[in-house]
Each structure stands twice: as structure tokens, then as C-alpha cells.
Design a binder for this molecule. Structure first.
Ligand code: GTP
Length: 201
């Protein structure tokens, strides 16, 4: 069984404390766009809010589990921790809520490639960016549980290092997402303006 975990907490300092999941593109909120896409690829969806009162913002959404951080203030990895505890799937797609163009075919490809690995993490190996995409990645729940249970202070980077990951060069996804729009993420209000101007398209 596959789970999708949407991380919706955090402080969004770079976006002036706004709720990034509620940003919109083409009249659709980011969270609605994500839910629409994830429903096609996973068997259950979990939204991880920052705390109980933040959970209330999502209660009208049908057919999803809503949980909040247990280890509060620990960033995205804390959100993952709470999401994993609630997940019934053995494999999961973890995604940030600030990604408006997440692509179903890309998610399916990441799930297909996991085989005996503990994670499939897209990575940029070129001049555009030199980074990995752990918040648009597929993980085996068991591997994350092991890390999270045995570490008092949580670090996404450390977690990723400690598991057996397949780092998938993003160029391998261009056949299904030529401009790699799936990885666009909106962290700053200026990014949102650029999105509205069509800069990312
Ligand atoms: N549940 C939960 N989600 C988080 C937490 N921190 C970040 N996120 C989510 O993880 C994703 C990536 O977050 P970042 O952009 O790194 O951090 P942020 O707090 O949203 O933004 P900045 O304050 O600008 O760094 C986003 O979808 C956030 O909503 C957290 O502590 N708990």
C-alpha cells in the first residue's frame, strides 16, 4: 500500500509567514492541486499540520487523514515523523505543500524504481541546481521509522544519509516532465508573483 504525506506546517519565514498550501495557481489552491494529483497515485493521503489548531484548517477536506507534529518545531523531518506514524502504507511519497505542479507520472516512476532501495530521491547534478529533493521523494516506511526511533534530534539531511537511497538524476524524468515542473516550489512571495506572471512555464 502506498501513502502520500503532505507537509503543511513550518513557519514559511521566506514567504512572510503566509500559509503556502493556500497559495493558488489558475484559481486552484496548491493543496487542492496536490490532492488531485496524489489521489491518482497513492492509496491514502495524510496532511501533516503544525499543531492541533492548524489541523482545523483542513477538516473540510474529505478522504484524508489530518495529523499534527509530535516533535514540534523540528522542521520538515518532524512533519515526516508525524506523517509516518499515521501512515498505513509500507511505501510513501513525501511532498512539500508549496509545489504547485507535482506530476502524477513522476510520482509513479519514483514508486516503480524503489525495488530494494529504502528511498528514491531525485537529485540535480547539473549547473541548474546542485541538490537533492527529499521533499519530493519516495521512502520505505520501515527505513524512516528506524531512523526516527533512534535519533533524538531530527535532521532531514542526516536521515537521508542514513538510508540506502537511489539518487535519481532529474534528467531521467524529462521524458514525462520535460521542464521538470514537478520540482517548482514557491518559498518566497516573489516566487508567487513570478508564478502568476507565468515565469516558471
Ligand atoms: N508538519 C510540518 N511541516 C513542515 C515543518 N517545517 C516545514 N514544513 C513543511 O515542509 C515543506 C518545506 O518547508 P521549508 O520551505 O523548508 O520550510 P518552511 O517553514 O515552510 O519555510 P521557511 O521558514 O521559509 O524555511 C513545506 O511544505 C512546509 O510546509 C514542520 O515543522 N512541520
Amino acid at each position: 500500500m502506498k501513502s502520500g504525506i503532505i507537509l503543511a506546517g513550518g513557519e514559511a519565514k521566506r514567504a512572510g509567514g503566509m500559509e503556502k498550501y493556500h497559495f493558488s495557481y489558475n484559481g486552484e489552491t496548491f493543496i487542492d492541486r496536490l490532492l488531485f494529483t496524489l489521489k491518482e497515485s497513492v492509496d491514502e493521503i495524510i496532511i501533516v499540520a503544525r499543531d492541533e489548531s492548524h489541523c482545523q484548517r483542513f477538516v473540510d477536506i474529505q478522504g484524508v487523514k489530518i495529523v499534527s507534529d509530535i516533535r514540534k518545531g523540528t522542521g520538515p523531518v518532524g512533519g515526516l515523523h508525524a506523517g509516518i506514524k499515521a501512515a498505513s502504507g509500507d511505501t510513501l511519497f513525501a511532498v512539500a505543500c508549496d509545489m504547485p505542479f507535482v506530476n502524477k507520472n513522476v510520482i509513479d516512476r519514483l514508486f516503480e524504481l524503489i525495488n530494494d532501495y529504502e528511498a528514491v530521491i531525485p537529485c540535480w547534478n547539473n549547473s541548474e541546481k546542485d541538490m537533492i529533493e527529499p521533499l519530493h521523494a519516495v521512502y520505505k516506511k520501515e527505513a524512516l521509522e528506524k531512523y526516527l526511533a533512534s535519533h533524538k534530534s531530527l535532521s532531514l539531511r542526516e536521515m537521508v544519509k542514513s538510508i540506502r537511497s537511489y539518487y535519481l538524476n532529474v534528467d531521467m524524468l524529462r521524458d514525462i516532465d520535460p521542464k521538470l515542473m514537478t520540482f517548482v516550489n514557491i518559498n518566497h512571495l516573489e516566487d508567487l508573483e513570478r508564478l502568476k506572471m507565468g515565469d516558471f512555464l
